[in-house]
Design a protein around this ligand. Structure first.
Ligand SMILES: Cc1cc2nc3c(=O)[nH]c(=O)nc-3n(C[C@H](O)[C@H](O)[C@H](O)COP(=O)(O)OP(=O)(O)OC[C@H]3O[C@@H](n4cnc5c(N)ncnc54)[C@H](O)[C@@H]3O)c2cc1C
Length: 342
């Protein structure tokens, strides 16, 4: 491991100043992702700035009836909170579908959405990877693609990969639920505070796959807000994976559904394991609003969302299986959320 300095600033303002002042400085929260990357040589910072004791560990009610989750709230605490379980069950379920009990005790609200891809080539410093080393190439093209993207990626032309080719997926379960719930990210940066809609936090690879998010260097997530969202009471997270526990998603679906008189009044859907970012399924949502709450509508909505999906060939038989799999998972979740009288 490359030696680094360790800093424990007095407050968040000093933490932001410390990271902003050094291009090779990083924040540390629970450390469950960053420390692995320090050991693997994927992350080689000069300075590691510990923020876990600086950001809030409180889950607070907000004036509009939502919740503010401090960045240091652990994934275990958040999943166990009665307000989250009752008002946003999709979030509690997504958290509990991730990692293990021990990891969730350490992992934080700020760190979880910023965990990096589990693409095996990103973690293996002996292989080219445009995300880890911009311009070096993408080893996943024609390699192991089982866990890779089918949405938000153009077909790869034959020949050497372009400098921005990246078919990695975003791995967080929690982030898929937050994308569906219209969460808002509170950020303190070198130029002050700002709010970023969660669906705009993560990026597609376009032009620079080394950047997972729109955050600038020195930007600290201080909290994530959930708006009051009554339809989220009827919500669900379903994760399909190779093992029943302790495995990342092949595909996942977070959805909230409101049905009245047999008609879809409102809906929120996000997909995981299929794109470089948590994928808000706006085409499926549009197809569903005002449609009869039937299997036929659910099939049409899944087809609308997946019309642009691009399978990746690979030495492990590729990932074409993900397209029907995520479609069927979405239909099953919507069916589960449909009231029996609808
Ligand atoms: C074996 C294993 C299995 C796992 N399985 C799953 C799974 O199934 N599903 C899943 O979703 N996750 C899984 N994880 C990942 C785990 O959920 C993440 O590692 C964890 O949520 C990251 O949170 P952290 O607080 O430990 O972040 P850290 O490791 O401390 O930081 C992660 C990144 O976020 C940055 N950062 C941290 N806090 C802030 C902040 N407040 N503002 C700005 N930047 C910040 C750090 O600089 C770093 O780049 C697994 C991890 C392991 C090791």
């Amino acid at each position: 491991m490359k030696p680094f300095a360790f800093a424990r600033p007095a407050d968040v303002a000093e933490a932001v100043r410390t990271v902003a002042a050094d291009p090779a400085a990083v924040f540390l929260a629970g450390g469950t992702n960053l420390v692995d990357h320090l050991k693997l040589g994927v992350a080689t910072p000069d300075v590691v700035v510990d923020v876990r004791r600086l950001t809030s560990r409180e889950i607070a009610d907000t004036a509009d009836g939502g919740l503010r989750m401090g960045a240091a709230v652990t994934n275990s605490e958040l999943a166990a909170d009665r307000r989250v379980r009752e008002r946003y069950p999709v979030l509690a379920q997504a958290l509990l579908a991730g990692a293990s009990g021990q990891l969730r005790n350490a992992a934080t609200t700020g760190g979880n959405p910023l965990q990096r891809t589990r693409c095996v080539y990103f973690s293996d410093v002996t292989t080219p990877c445009n995300k880890r080393e911009p311009g070096s190439g993408c080893s996943a093209i024609g390699g192991y693609t089982r866990y890779h993207a089918v949405l938000g990626v153009p077909p790869t032309p034959p020949g050497p990969t372009a400098p921005d080719t990246c078919i990695a997926t975003h791995p967080s379960d929690m982030a898929v639920a937050l994308a569906a719930l219209d969460a808002q990210v509170q950020v303190l940066g070198p130029h002050g505070e700002r709010t970023i809609p969660f669906v705009e936090l993560h990026r597609l690879p376009d032009g620079d796959p080394s950047r997972d998010t729109v955050l600038e260097h020195g930007d600290l997530i201080t909290a994530i807000d959930l708006p009051a969202l009554p339809l989220a009471v009827n919500s669900q997270y379903r994760k399909v994976r190779d093992r029943a526990s302790y495995a990342f998603a092949l595909v996942s679906v977070a959805a909230a559904l409101e049905v009245a008189d047999g008609v879809v009044r409102d809906v929120r859907i996000a997909l995981g394991g299929v794109a470089h970012k948590p994928w808000r399924a706006t085409a499926a949502e549009e197809a569903l609003r005002g449609a009869p709450a039937t299997e036929e509508s659910y099939r049409a909505a899944a087809a609308a969302e997946l019309a642009g999906a691009v399978p990746q060939p690979g030495i492990d038989d590729g990932n074409a299986f993900k397209i029907p799999l995520v479609g069927r998972t979405l239909i099953a979740v919507l069916r589960d959320l449909t009231p029996s009288e609808a």
